[in-house]
Design a protein around this ligand. Structure first.
Ligand code: FAD
Ligand code: AMP
Length: 475
């Protein structure tokens, strides 16, 4: 096998593997190196997202939401299901089989596209070279005109609450519990903490989420965040804000947690503690001497807006570079770089990267929050449509939440769209497309939406921005 390629990608997660496939589609010879190993020792492409992040978490969120609905909502539909029980082992088995199918699918995609998969460690050397050490110990030196670094991220450990499986775990550990912890602690009310807290709360855990910041979901539109917090509290998720964890120790099969809040030092004992305080770029043993690739003060690989590092022919994409740590952001960067290498036009519009939190109700947004628009000083208008007024949401027994459209008063440009409610993560795609095409709120208003659908909420919210909503009272 030749050790010379047009492109070598280091990292086979959602940033790296699409870069490899697109480069191959562009008729370049490509190898993709990935070192991921699952707990059972098997190697798998797909990175954090497919093996330990997006996909397994959504599998469990779906299962636990179905259980919750069977228990709490079926009666309202006239369905009697008094003996609904949970089989955690089966839930985990289903999750495992989805992950396996998806990760093996990447190998099939590589084969079809002509990408050479290499499972083991990759290290960038100077002079367009990459050292590869296979999981079987074989060592090779590859050369490539272009090298794409997509090494991803790793969970941040809290010094005062070091990981100690199975008691104090990261998000991957929390996705693998084999039974429902009676008392669960989660440190961090970010996206991952809320999703994992929801999974185990729905199965019966007494779940306490400790968040150091005084504001809930500070990154989101605060009208949305308030509605979300109300919903989580109603579900029994005990979210404590302004609660900074200062220590955690394992004793007698439980975890004693200390934290400080406005009233001083507090104590909490839980059976399992999940540390979900964020992720850091992962670049361990990635860069050899003299490569010219630089890291910033937080450890991210320094890149420009087109993901070029300081070294000629070396690019970096995904969680290991600046920007939101999201699979779809990494994917678009990977595809952009593969097209730029092939001299094709490509760019990533960082203003329209959607965010989704897959809790119930779901939370999704794109563009600016109302708080950000306010700070910008531009005159703006807001339209809100509650799902209570949506026939489809009512039929689904899912009428909590609303859609909100923020548009410029001057030229009607859509500045941000925020949705909390059923299928918000799917609904936001329309808003992303609208903003990608620089649509006005009038464009949304004049677009026909099928009735009855959840998507009508975005239509009506756009109308409400001009006080022309039909199905809710204009205020
Ligand atoms: P990764 O997915 O981390 O992949 C990097 C790969 O590179 C890994 O396989 C790693 O082993 C390999 N690697 C690293 N260094 C080397 C080396 N030197 N040699 C060889 N291989 C190497 N994002 C979303 O958009 N939606 C979600 O719903 C979502 N849910 C999440 C839920 C959880 C619990 C977690 C933890 C994350 C979630 N994320 C979600 C974030 C998402 O997983 C990441 O943004 C995404 O995986 C980043 O992709 P990446 O390719 O940059 O890195
Ligand atoms: P995210 O980065 O979105 O995954 O969110 C992580 C969250 O963890 C942030 O909201 C942080 O404020 C929070 N956090 C970080 N350190 C602590 C701590 N010691 N105690 C409680 N919350 C924390």
């Amino acid at each position: 096998m030749s050790d010379s390629f047009d492109v070598v990608v280091i990292g086979g997660g959602p940033a790296g593997y699409p870069a490899a496939i697109r480069a191959a589609q562009n008729k370049l010879s490509v190898a993709c190196i990935d070192e991921w190993k699952n707990r059972d020792g098997t190697a798998a492409f797909g990175g954090t997202c497919l093996n330990a992040g997006c996909i397994p978490s959504k599998a469990l969120l779906e299962s636990t939401e179905l259980y919750h609905r069977a228990k709490e909502e079926f009666a309202a539909h006239g369905i009697k299901a008094p003996d609904v029980t949970v089989d955690v082992a089966q839930m985990q088995k289903r999750k495992g089989s989805i992950v396996k199918t998806m990760t093996q699918g990447i190998l099939a995609l590589f084969k079809a596209a002509g990408v050479t998969p290499l499972q083991g460690h990759g290290k960038l050397l100077s002079g367009h070279r990459v050292e590869f050490v296979g999981h079987d110990g074989t060592r090779r030196e590859l050369t490539a005109k272009n090298i794409i670094l997509a090494s991803g991220s790793a969970p941040i450990e809290l010094r005062s609450a070091p990981f100690q499986a199975p008691y104090i775990v990261d998000s991957w550990g929390a996705l693998d519990f084999d039974s429902v912890p009676k008392r669960l602690g989660v440190i961090g009310a970010g996206v991952i903490g809320l999703e994992l807290g929801s999974v185990w709360r729905r199965l019966g855990s007494e779940a306490v989420v400790l968040e150091a910041l005084p504001d809930f979901l500070a990154i989101a539109d605060q009208q949305l965040a308030k509605e979300a917090l109300r919903g989580f509290k109603k579900q029994g998720l005990d979210v404590r804000l302004g609660a900074k964890v200062t220590g955690a120790t394992v004793a007698n099969g439980a975890v004693d947690v200390t934290y400080t809040d406005g009233k001083g030092e507090q104590k909490l004992t839980v059976d399992r503690l999940v540390v979900a305080i964020g992720r850091r770029p992962y670049t361990k043993d990635l860069l050899g001497p003299g490569t010219g690739v630089e890291l910033d003060e937080r450890g991210f690989i320094k890149v420009d807006h087109e993901c070029r590092t300081g070294a000629e022919g070396v690019w970096a994409v995904g969680d290991c570079v600046r920007g939101p740590m999201l699979a779809h952001k990494g994917k678009e960067e990977g595809v952009m770089v593969a097209d730029l290498i092939a001299d094709r036009f490509a760019e990533v519009n960082y203003k329209t990267v959607p965010s989704v939190i897959y809790t119930a109700p779901e939370i999704a947004w794109v563009g600016l929050t109302e708080e950000q628009v306010k700070v910008g000083g531009k005159p703006y208008k807001v339209g809100v449509f509650p799902f209570l007024a949506s026939g489809r949401a009512r039929a689904m027994e899912q009428a909590q939440g609303f859609a909100k459209v923020i548009a410029s008063k001057d030229d009607d440009e859509i500045l941000g769209v925020h949705v909390i409610g059923p299928m918000a993560g799917e609904l936001i795609a329309e808003a992303v497309l609208a903003m990608e095409y620089s649509a006005s709120s009038e464009d949304l208003q004049r677009t026909i939406h099928a009735h009855p659908t959840l998507a009508e909420a975005i239509h009506e919210a756009a109308l409400a921005a001009d006080k022309r909503a039909i199905d809710s009272i204009n205020r």
